[in-house]
Design a protein around this ligand. Structure first.
Ligand SMILES: Cc1ncc(C[n+]2csc(CCOP(=O)(O)OP(=O)(O)O)c2C)c(N)n1
Ligand SMILES: CC(=O)[C@@H](O)[C@H](O)COP(=O)(O)O
Ligand SMILES: [Mg+2]
Length: 623
């Protein structure tokens, strides 16, 4: 362990360090992050960018009494290391190891479980309001990136905080990057502040100049006021935040430990909400990541010298298949447009092929959905492509702006099911339940990459209302490619295997596993019928009812939580039709699913082939 880092077991231990020691400690922490992540993978570039800022915050504030609330939390590795977790850092994102995000159960220095973006200012303002009601004296700081600032929630919180006048420190970590380049008008505004050093020099004199502008006489007063305002907008950095009720400090170099510490000390003594604008470099200190921060935002294990992945993929991913199919269809169909929320990679080359038909709206899932509704109501075919977990944000927009309008919006839910190492906040295991109860919604899940292509085509051609399909994170199965892609008839399932001892209705990623389990159980004398449901809504009532009548045991299988999912839909069908059968639902339990590799988690929760076999055997052999 490094010389200085070995002395640090809690933030208290850095308080006696001088500036030079803090700079050296920053270097040691960086090395440690790089070495560890080269083995575990994780969010590299974002964490490297805030090492000095983290040390500065912990030097000035007294954590955990003072609270630092990290936005998204993917940049919190230095924070983890100096808050007593450096020894466990090598277990980052592994099964039963440290979480990749702040987590309240992990440390008293983590005040909010995060992973989804743009929650920090709201939560910090809530904490500040509680502090005041309880008569306590604490500094509450939210640390938010320029990407996270693009989300509606951040603006809602700034709006509230500025008006409330509460003591609150918002540290804006501006590295000009979201996962890819940051987008939007706010991002342009920050660029203007950043790129005009002249503004900073005149900043102090501006107040004096403005005060000399006379303010009398009706018309003159109005003109003078307007002039005064335009001048302010021209020359005072951060005037937007000032006008919202914040004291704006900065921009400062967030890698300069001394300047950052001094400014945070100042900020602590200012009454009311303060926005401290720091400029940092994403990937700082690791040249390869600095040169390509987008690629090194999140990494799998890599070679430190070359930056290359240790293990390359054998097969394409579901994301590749989806985006290729969408791009292919868009060549023939000019109505197709694609929307992403700050994750342009989800649509692959679509952006380059059709720059005018691609919209990256920033971290704004709610807006993305209602924006898509507008496009659809005007005759376009919008494919809103968002991770399953992040679409949770847009629940009411789906209900009110899409389903209620019967708008033919197409929802492509990437990273559905168990996503693995990002853990609780990122598992895509609630989408069947949050989508299937919405009137007018159709919900599909493909058993393999060929069926995914068919679903993209089905969605493109379906114009009766909204339609959603969800597909997993990671590599495709690798089935033989089908030349021709046909559309699917809505609400039709596929009978894959016939047996007499039990019926498995499976959906999505569980279909090939159920088939494999059935083949292996056949050797043990259990003969199963397997159905690929394809649709979670509407279900193939006719086929399911017929098969249920022919079997004594029914199993449903899905990579989703039990509550409200596919199995629940089938159970409703059985009750509604007075059918009589023993039912066992194979799904994830009613809890937040932790981090770990996808395979480890599938095995832990009995959703792999062995798990299916065990659960089927347990029911059938016990009778
Ligand atoms: C609601 C939501 N949408 C999308 C994401 C995916 N995401 C994680 S980090 C990130 C970019 C954040 O950029 P910024 O806040 O500037 O942090 P940086 O990585 O630049 O330090 C995005 C889009 C998310 N975590 N939450
Ligand atoms: C922090 C965050 O939300 C993203 O960086 C996310 O971790 C990306 O996940 P994938 O690696 O599955 O694209
Ligand atoms: Mg950023």
């Amino acid at each position: 362990m490094k010389e200085l880092l070995s002395q640090v077991n809690s933030p208290e231990d850095i308080k006696g360090f001088n500036y030079e020691q803090l700079e050296n400690l920053a270097q040691e922490i960086r090395d440690e992050i790089i070495i560890n992540l080269s083995e575990t993978g994780g969010h590299l570039a974002s964490s490297l960018g805030v090492v000095e800022l983290t040390l500065a915050l912990h030097t000035v504030l007294d954590s955990p009494q003072d609270k630092i609330v990290w936005d998204v939390g993917h940049q919190s590795y230095a924070h983890k290391m100096i808050t007593g977790r450096k020894e466990e850092f090598k277990t980052l994102r592994q099964l039963d190891g440290l979480s990749g995000f702040p987590k309240r159960s992990e440390s008293e220095h983590d005040h909010l479980n995060v992973g989804h973006s743009s929650t920090s200012i709201s939560a910090a303002l809530g904490m500040a309001s509680a502090r005041d009601l309880q008569g306590q004296d604490q500094t509450i700081a939210a640390v938010i990136g320029d990407g996270a600032l693009t989300a509606g929630m951040s603006f809602e919180a700034l709006n509230h905080a500025g008006h409330s006048g509460k003591d609150l420190l918002v540290v804006l970590n501006d590295n000009e990057m979201s996962i890819s380049e940051n987008v939007g008008a706010m991002s342009n505004y920050l660029s203007k502040i950043r790129s005009n050093p002249y503004l900073h020099q005149v900043e102090k004199d501006v107040g004096k100049i403005l005060n000399k502008i006379p303010a009398f006489g009706n018309q003159i007063t109005k003109t003078a006021a307007r002039l005064k305002n335009s001048l302010k907008f021209l020359v005072i950095p951060g005037i937007l935040f000032e006008e919202m009720g914040f004291t704006y400090l900065g921009p400062i170099d967030g890698h300069n430990v001394k300047a950052t510490i001094e400014t945070i000390e100042n900020a602590k003594n200012i009454e009311g909400p303060v926005l401290l604008h720091t400029i940092t470099t994403k990937g700082k200190g690791y040249k390869i990541a600095e040169d390509n921060p987008s690629k090194y935002h999140g990494v799998s294990p890599f070679n430190i010298r070359t930056g290359k992945k240790k293990k390359t993929r054998d097969k394409p991913t579901y994301t590749n298949i989806y985006s290729q199919q969408l791009t292919e269809l868009a060549k023939e169909d000019e109505g197709i447009v694609a929307i992403s929320a700050a994750m342009e990679k989800v649509v692959g080359d679509f952006k380059d092929e059709f720059p005018d038909r691609f919209y990256d709206v920033g971290i704004a899932e709610q807006h993305a959905v209602t924006f898509a509704s507008g496009l659809a109501l005007q005759g376009m075919k919008p494919f809103v492509t968002i991770y399953s977990t992040f679409l949770q944000r847009a629940y009411d927009q789906l209900v009110h702006d899409v389903c209620l309008q019967k708008a033919p919006v197409k929802l492509a839910l990437d990273r559905a099911g168990i996503v693995g190492k990002d853990g609780e906040t990122h598992q895509g295991v609630m989408d069947f339940s949050y989508l299937r109860h919405m009137p007018n919604m159709t919900v599909m899940a493909p058993k393999d990459e060929n069926e995914l292509k068919a679903m993209v085509k089905t969605a493109a051609e379906y114009d009766e209302g909204p339609i959603a399909f969800r597909y997993p994170r990671g590599e495709i199965i690798g089935v033989e490619e089908e030349g021709r892609v046909d559309t699917l008839e809505i609400g039709t399932a596929e009978l894959l295997r016939e047996g007499k001892d039990g019926l498995i209705l499976a959906v999505g990623s569980m279909v090939p596993r159920a088939l494999q389990a059935a083949q292996e159980l056949a050797d043990a004398g259990i003969d199963l019928t397997i159905v690929n449901s394809r649709f979670v809504k509407p279900l193939d009532e006719e086929l399911i009812t017929k098969l249920v009548k022919e079997h004594d045991y029914l199993f449903t299988a899905e990579e989703h939580l039990l509550q409200g999912g596919f199995g629940s839909a089938v159970a409703e069908l059985i009750v509604d039709n007075n059918l009589d059968i023993n039912v066992k639902r194979i799904a994830l339990p009613d809890k937040f699913i932790e981090h770990g590799s996808q395979d480890d988690l599938l095995a832990r929760y009995g959703l792999d082939v062995d798990g299916i076999k065990k659960q089927v055997k347990a029911v059938i052999s016990n009778q």
